[in-house]
Design a protein around this ligand. Structure first.
Ligand SMILES: *[C@@H]1O[C@H](CO)[C@@H](O)[C@H](O)[C@H]1NC(C)=O
Ligand SMILES: *[C@@H]1O[C@H](CO)[C@@H](O)[C@H](O)[C@H]1NC(C)=O
Length: 426
């Protein structure tokens, strides 16, 4: 019985039942497999078989996987960045150093990565999405520790096409600073001589579900010359975000956005506000236009004291006919990001196997199946310090898919070495 087979109404009962059934059917198996400390150590080899059983949603694998995850400290990529030279880093972190196909070489992408913590996850993300024809702007939060920034800067310095944004913000959740950080990177990216076609923004808790080649084919196909910004006309329950003015509070390591009593006038130029995802794929023409256009600048200015302007700015501009690459009739379509929202439980997913943070699921082992079935380009959120096996499984499966059918000779270091184990799971 698969947890993911559970319907919403019966979810809790179903989970309970699964656990009981597990206990009866699989406990002997599990005890056999884990009867000695030595065998728990086997978890540390990231067994491909265990991952495979987890993808298939096998209950025994879930139990053992969770035991492994609890028992073993996560593998830390972060510290080695500060200690190693670039050739060692590129080798040890399995960075791919050549374009893998002509199609990808001809369609460079730009990335904006806004990060503030969890070096390990950033390294996994960059190692997954890195390819030499793309360009990567990293925005490190001004309030991040200096050692963190130094490590990121050190890693970036190993690549001609990875750089830290020239302007740094103190990013406040749901604040204007989050939008400003993206724009800082865009200002750097439009000056780049890399001929990027679309820019994609990610945060430090994202991981790709589709390979660079699949992303290129998706954007070249359905979204050729167009922006991908899922969203709709601002719904009534979202109006509070733009009806009064908001302020950012930053003091002694604490920061948040709070509403004031001051009513806010409507948007400039009588612009109709849309609401949607802060995550996008935008064309270069659109970005260049937005950075110089009067209307776009006025909307940006007006958005400074609104709640989470990154969730209206891009969507709104991309609905305006005169903007290059705009899609005025777009709705929620477009597979930019897989997210398990708490409110979507029983609708688009059957629950979060990890835990919710701000009503967004941090994926646990029981979410792997749902993730690999997802049509989206990226998924959010991951936390390797808590669910290390989730990211270990995904990054290995992902790399095998990336290297499948490439047009250049594959280097040994591009593979994760510890792929297979002899363990088998019922
Ligand atoms: C980088 O470090 C490795 C291991 O410490 C060493 O063998 C190698 O020569 C170094 N490479 C460079 C270019 O300094
Ligand atoms: C603003 O837009 C609304 C609806 O789109 C329209 O009815 C109204 O006439 C416009 N006002 C101005 C001043 O253009």
């Amino acid at each position: 019985m698969s947890l993911l087979g559970c319907a919403k109404s019966g979810f809790i009962i179903c989970v309970g039942l699964s656990i009981v059934l597990l206990a009866i059917n699989n406990i002997n198996q599990i005890e056999n497999d884990l009867n000695a400390e030595a065998e728990i150590k086997e978890c540390g080899f990231y067994p491909g078989e265990l991952c495979k059983a987890l993808y298939e949603g096998k209950p025994a694998a879930l139990v053992v996987g969770n035991i492994c995850q609890e028992a073993l400290p996560p593998k830390r990529e972060g510290p080695i960045i500060l200690e190693s030279n670039c050739s060692t880093l590129i080798y040890d972190l399995h960075f791919i150093t050549e374009p893998l196909s002509a199609e990808e070489a001809d369609y460079p992408l730009a990335y904006i990565l806004t990060i503030h913590k969890q070096l390990d996850m950033f390294v996994k993300l960059l190692a997954a999405i890195y390819t030499p024809q793309n360009i990567y702007c990293v925005h490190v939060d001004r309030k991040s520790p200096k050692t963190y920034e130094r490590a990121v800067r050190g890693l970036a310095s190993c690549f001609h096409n990875v750089f830290l944004s020239s302007r740094q913000e103190t990013v406040v959740y749901a604040g204007f600073s989050r939008l400003r950080a993206d724009i800082n990177c865009m200002e750097d990216l439009v000056r780049s001589d890399v001929a990027w076609k679309h820019v994609i923004n990610l945060c430090g808790q994202d991981f790709p579900m589709k390979t660079n080649r699949e992303i290129v084919q998706y954007l070249k196909g359905k979204w050729s010359g167009s922006n991908l910004t899922p969203g709709v006309i601002q719904p009534p329950h979202i109006r509070y975000r733009t009806q009064v003015t908001y302020k950012e509070f930053v003091h002694m390591g604490k920061s948040y956005v709070y509403p004031t009593k001051e009513e806010k006038a409507g948007p400039p130029h009588n612009i109709t506000l849309y609401f949607g995802t802060a995550y996008y794929a935008l064309t270069r023409n659109f970005v260049e236009f937005v950075l110089t256009d009067r209307k776009a600048k006025d909307l940006l200015e007006w958005s400074q004291d609104t709640y989470s302007p990154d969730e209206h700015y891009w969507v709104t501009l991309n609905r305006m006919k005169e903007f290059p690459g705009s899609t005025p009739d777009a709705g929620w379509g477009g597979n930019i990001r897989a997210v398990k929202w708490r409110e979507q439980e029983g609708v688009s997913h059957s629950g979060c196997s990890g835990h919710y943070v701000r009503d967004i699921c941090v994926y646990g082992l029981g979410d792997l199946r749902w993730l690999i079935d997802s049509p989206h380009l990226f998924a959010n959120k991951f936390d390797p310090s808590r669910y290390g096996l989730v990211t270990d499984c995904l990054e290995r499966r992902y790399r095998l898919r990336v290297l499948d059918g490439v047009e250049v000779p594959v280097k040994q270091s591009w593979y994760f070495q510890d792929e297979y184990s002899t363990m088998s799971w019922q």
